[in-house]
Every structure is written in structure tokens, then in C-alpha cells.
Write a protein that binds this ligand. Structure first.
Ligand code: MRU
Length: 349
């Protein structure tokens, strides 16, 4: 399995997702600022993977903390990590989880505090892999046999600590013996589908076809697509889903063509403090991602650009939300709350 991120004696090691698939190289973040920069510049990306990186960033930050004032160090480290990317709630969930541990051990010898934080960060990683396997088990029965599964962006091993959410459902369906072909949307402008999903699936010889984003309607109306499965960055209490820009378009097209539209995400992606998707902060990314392709300008100088990294799919287009605790269906306000049960972090605030 691809190892997206790991803790090591040298620091936090991440596969550099900006360079895939041309180069398989690793970045070593030796302090929390480098972890924050890696999240911001998308060395690591994908909601659950960002959460693991943030947890490890906190642990790394506290290894450098001044023993005379660990509380201030903790605040500075978490503030820096929280300011990296606004949409994926897993980042804030992970910081809250680390804060909970810090509260428990605060005031004890700093060596012990550090040990507990490192252990917790590693636990966040390990649990994410187990969570994804459970999402896969719960989602596999929904995938029709012998059909195309269409996905967007990368919600795979690279977007998580391993196995993936949407791609976890696909992996689990294949492990269960289903004959599936994956259609991966290229996902402009950052090309997570073309660069990452295609790379990840081909490594495992999963039949994969790459399409540009604007081909999706054509294929969804062809009768060949059995379902769409995507991940999520944040899900509001009413079931509205923020995910990679272009997801909303796919959801509407799926609805129009009678194709089930599934969202696969861990409970840590739920943000039940938000009543609807209108309240989800949408990250705006640099104009160069749109005007340039791999450093080459493709648009005229001076053109105005908008580059929202995510959109919100209204819950009415979502057939089901697959989590590690089960499958939620409408009305989501009830089903998600039931599944969330003892949710960590934001729910408690
Ligand atoms: O900008 P990115 O690459 O971090 O966006 C990633 C996505 O939108 C994924 O679909 C989402 O985080 C789910 S990953 C399991």
C-alpha cells in the first residue's frame, strides 16, 4: 500500500503529491512550520491526510517547545496549522483531538507530554486506515457489478493514511469480486484525478479510464455508469457536501440521468455545528493554477480569474453518505446525527 505520510526520527515524511506521477519523491518536514507549509502547498492533500499531517505537526511542534512555556507553544503550533487550508474539517478535528490529549497531560513533565502527543498522532493515522476499510466494507454492496464507477479528484490512499474513502469503496467492491471499471475525471485545475487517482489505481491494475471533466455528462447519459462515488471535505448537518470543485456538477448530472451519487467519508468529516453547506468556508486558491498548466501560461495576461477549490453539493442530490459506522440516507439531519453519536471535537464545543 502507498504510504502517504509517516512519523520518523527525522520528522514527518510525506510522499510529494505535487510531483506525482512523474516523480515518486518524499519530503521530510523537520518542524511544524514545514508541516504547515506542506499542507498549504499541497505536498499532502485530501481531507483525512491533512488531518493526520496536522496531528503529526502538533506532535513535532511540541518536540521543539520551550519547556518554560509549553502552553504558548501549543497555541502557536495549532494556530499555524489551522491557518493552512480552511475547508477540510478533518484538519480542525485532528487539532481538537490533539488539544484534548494536551489538556489531559498538561502540567506533567514535558517528556511525557511529548510522548503522549506523538502516540496520539500515530493513532490518528492508524485509525484512519481502519476507518477507510470499514467505509469500504459498508460501501461495496452499493456498487453495481459489471458497470463503470465514476469518481472525481482523488479520495484514495493518497488522500488518507491509506486505502482511501471513495477509492476504498471501489477497492472493497473489487475485493468482493465485483467487475468494475473506474472512470476518473481529470479534476482541473490541480489534476488530482489525472495525476493521482489514475496513478494510484493503475499501480493495483484496477481498470481505469481517464476523462476530462467536461466529458462527464456525456458518459453519465450513456447508461454505462453504475454509480458515482466521491469523497468529502466537510459535510454539514443537513447532508450538504463540500468536495472538490466540479462535484456539484457531477451530482446534478447524476440526478438528471438516474445514476446513484454516493459520498464516502469518515465521521470526522461531519461538521454538525453547521446547519447547511452555505456556512462551509470555501478555499480560494492562486490564479496561477488556472492561468498556467505546469508553469506554462495558457491564458492571456490580465484576465480575471476565480479559483474556488471546492463546491457544495446540496443534500437532495446525494443518494447516500457512506461512513465507517454505516450508510446514511435522507433525511440526513436525523441519519447523520444518529451515526455521529459520540463525535470528537467540534460537536462538543
Ligand atoms: O484540494 P484537495 O486535493 O485537498 O481536495 C481533495 C478532495 O476534494 C477530496 O475529494 C476530499 O478531500 C476527500 S479525500 C478522501
Amino acid at each position: 500500500m502507498i504510504e502517504t505520510i509517516r512519523w520518523s526520527d527525522e520528522g514527518v515524511v510525506m510522499i510529494d503529491q505535487r510531483k506525482l506521477p512523474r516523480e515518486e519523491t518524499y519530503v521530510v518536514c523537520r518542524n511544524y512550520r514545514e508541516v504547515a507549509e506542506a499542507i498549504r502547498t499541497m505536498v499532502i492533500r485530501g481531507a483525512p491526510a491533512i488531518g493526520v499531517a496536522a496531528a503529526m505537526g502538533v506532535a513535532l511542534g511540541m518536540l521543539e517547545a520551550d519547556s518554560r512555556d509549553p502552553d504558548s507553544a501549543f497555541e502557536e503550533v495549532t494556530r499555524t496549522l489551522a491557518a493552512t487550508r480552511p475547508t477540510a474539517v478533518n484538519l480542525f478535528w485532528a487539532l481538537e483531538r490533539m488539544r484534548e490529549v494536551y489538556r489531559q497531560v498538561r502540567g506533567q513533565p514535558l517528556e511525557l507530554v511529548r510522548k503522549r502527543l506523538v502516540e496520539e498522532a500515530e493513532r490518528v493515522k492508524q485509525e484512519d486506515i481502519e476507518t477507510n476499510r470499514a467505509i469500504g466494507r459498508n460501501g461495496a454492496p452499493l456498487v453495481p457489478d459489471g458497470k463503470i464507477v465514476l469518481t472525481h479528484c482523488n479520495a484514495g490512499a493518497l488522500a488518507t493514511a491509506g486505502y482511501g474513502t471513495a477509492l476504498g469503496v471501489i477497492r472493497a467492491a473489487i475485493e468482493a469480486g465485483k467487475r468494475i471499471e473506474v472512470f476518473a475525471c481529470e479534476t482541473r485545475p490541480f489534476l488530482q484525478g489525472a495525476r493521482l487517482t489514475a496513478w494510484e489505481l493503475l499501480r493495483e491494475s484496477i481498470p481505469t479510464t481517464l476523462i476530462t471533466d467536461n466529458m462527464a455528462g456525456h458518459f453519465l447519459s450513456s447508461g454505462r455508469v453504475g454509480c458515482v462515488v466521491v469523497g468529502a471535505d466537510r459535510i454539514a448537518a443537513n447532508g450538504d457536501v463540500a468536495n472538490k470543485i466540479g462535484t456539484y456538477t457531477l451530482a446534478v448530472l447524476s440526478h438528471e440521468n438516474g445514476v446513484p451519487f454516493y459520498v464516502a467519508a469518515p465521521i470526522s468529516t461531519l461538521d454538525l455545528s453547521l446547519a447547511s453547506g452555505d456556512e462551509i468556508p470555501i478555499e480560494q486558491r492562486p490564479a496561477e493554477e488556472v492561468t498556467h498548466v505546469f508553469g506554462v501560461r495558457v491564458a492571456p495576461e490580465g484576465v480575471r480569474v476565480e479559483n474556488p477549490a471546492f463546491d457544495v453539493t446540496p443534500h437532495r442530490y446525494v443518494t447516500a453518505i457512506v461512513t465507517e459506522r454505516g450508510v446514511a440516507r435522507a433525511p440526513y439531519a436525523e441519519s447523520l446525527r444518529r451515526l455521529a453519536g459520540g463525535l470528537y471535537g467540534r460537536e462538543k464545543q
